[in-house]
Each structure stands twice: as structure tokens, then as C-alpha cells.
Design a protein around this ligand. Structure first.
Ligand code: CTP
Ligand code: MG
Length: 238
């Protein structure tokens, strides 16, 4: 039998690029908030001991999320950056489970994530002996680097380039130390945008597992339109 895992869901952001006064994780898509959609998917993952949602201080919207009342769902206060929020979630996990426990970190802003893709990730990491891993998708578009006037300086080859997604899966203690040391290293606060980069900074090589289903991070208004269509499509096929 697999040992139990924990999930940390950073949900303390303000959604500035979305341009809405309501933090984007509380925007309604179809019948539910984005955070409710995300938690419904994560609650369907097997062998999960607990889910820790990190919230912004003074968050008034969390009580309206029905999944928050599930016994396995806990909340704690996040921080100024995504990495700080994940550190807060990991601190909760480490108070309730051994440091060797596997943790999946998954953005509240990715409500489409497929339970089958999560299983492919957890199986691949457990079977590979890797330090951990993440869902990702290969870059399809031609990439350009531009100057300050938005004129093309050069074309970047997309060979071997992947877009990192979440969940990202690591051992709780190792990930906590990697994120803490990233935060203490004097690196710019926004330079550690995912767990993998913190682990890479410690010399590790996380495993990439291709996401076969759409797993977009709802970031800008156009993403909301796409997420609404995709969620409606998933519900009509289930
Ligand atoms: N997040 C967090 N704590 C922060 C910043 C972000 O928990 N201090 C969370 C967000 O709530 C989101 C996830 O990290 O679920 C991914 O971040 P992103 O998509 O960048 O969300 P925001 O930071 O809210 O959006 P923006 O960068 O446009 O402000
Ligand atoms: Mg952000």
C-alpha cells in the first residue's frame, strides 16, 4: 500500500493580473468558485491524509467554500510571496506528519487538473527513485526574446523546453529546507516561482511528467473564458 500523502494549496494571492477586485481563486466558474473546483479534484486523489489551504490574512471568502468543511481540509495563513505561502503550508504538514511524507503542492488557480495526471505523477516519482517531480507540458510555440520596446532580439529554440505546472511533489522536510534556504539566500523574492526551482537550487534534478489533460493556470481574463468552457465540458462528460 502507498504511504499517505499531504497536499498544500497556495491560495493567498491577490490575482493582480486578473484585474478583479475579488481574488481570482474566489471567482465563480459555472456553479462553484475556482477554489472549490480545485479542492473537489484534489479530494478525489487516493491516499491523501490531509489538504492544507494557505489563505491571505483576513480572507473573508474562505467560509463560503464548501470543501473547506471536509474533515481532511485544513487552512493556515500564507505569506507575501507564493514561496512564503507554501512554506506556511509545509510548516502545518510538518506539525502533523513525518518529514519524509510526500507533499503535492498545487495552485488554487489550476482548477482543471486531472486526477489521472496526478496519479501518473505520483506513480512515476515513487517508481523512479527521483527526489520528486512535477507535471509539465512541452513548449509548442516558437519563443522570442524581446527588448524593452517589444522588438524581437532573438528566437529561442524550444527544443528541451517545458512549461512547469503543478502539482509538484517532494518530501515535506526536504522541500521546506529548500524553500527556506531560497528565501534566506538573498535571491529576489519572486525568483522562486515553484518548488522545483528551490530543489534545483539545492542541486537536485526533479522528474518531469507530461500532463496529458489541460491544466491551465487561470491568470488573465481570457484564461477564465477558457477555464469556464473546459470545466463545463468536463462536467457534461462525467
Ligand atoms: N499565492 C499564494 N500566496 C502569495 C501569492 C500567490 O498562495 N503570496 C498563490 C495564488 O493564490 C495562486 C498560486 O499561488 O493559487 C499561483 O500564483 P499566481 O497564479 O501568480 O496567483 P496570484 O499571485 O494571485 O496572481 P498575480 O500574480 O496575477 O497577482
Ligand atoms: Mg503571483
Amino acid at each position: 500500500m502507498n504511504e499517505d500523502m499531504w497536499i498544500v494549496v497556495p491560495a493567498a494571492g491577490r490575482g493582480e493580473r486578473m484585474g478583479s477586485s475579488l481574488p481570482k481563486q474566489y471567482i465563480t466558474i459555472g456553479e462553484h468558485t475556482m477554489l472549490q473546483h480545485t479542492l473537489t479534484r484534489l479530494l478525489a486523489v487516493k491516499d491523501v491524509a490531509g489538504i492544507v489551504v494557505t489563505l491571505a490574512e483576513g480572507d473573508e471568502h474562505w467560509p463560503s467554500v464548501a470543501a473547506g468543511r471536509e474533515a481532511r481540509v485544513h487552512s493556515t495563513i500564507g505569506g507575501m510571496t507564493r514561496a512564503d505561502s507554501v512554506i506556511a503550508g509545509l510548516r502545518f504538514v510538518l506539525n502533523h506528519a513525518p518529514a519524509s511524507s510526500w507533499v503535492l503542492v498545487h495552485d488554487a488557480a489550476r482548477p482543471l487538473v486531472s486526477v489521472a495526471d496526478i496519479k501518473r505523477l505520483t506513480d512515476a516519482v515513487r517508481n523512479s527513485g527521483a527526489v520528486g517531480g512535477l507535471l509539465a507540458s512541452p513548449v509548442n510555440d516558437t519563443l522570442k526574446r524581446v527588448d524593452e520596446y517589444c522588438c524581437v532580439e532573438l528566437t529561442v529554440t524550444r527544443r528541451n523546453l517545458w512549461q512547469a505546472q503543478t502539482p509538484q511533489m517532494f518530501r515535506a522536510g526536504e522541500l521546506f529546507e529548500a524553500l527556506q534556504s531560497g528565501a534566506l539566500s538573498g535571491a529576489p523574492a519572486d525568483s522562486i516561482t515553484d518548488e522545483s526551482s528551490a530543489m534545483e537550487g539545492m542541486g537536485h534534478e526533479p522528474l518531469l511528467v507530461e500532463a496529458l489533460q489541460p491544466n491551465l493556470k487561470v491568470t488573465r481574463p481570457a484564461d477564465l473564458t477558457l477555464a469556464t468552457l473546459l470545466l463545463a465540458n468536463l462536467q457534461s462528460n462525467s
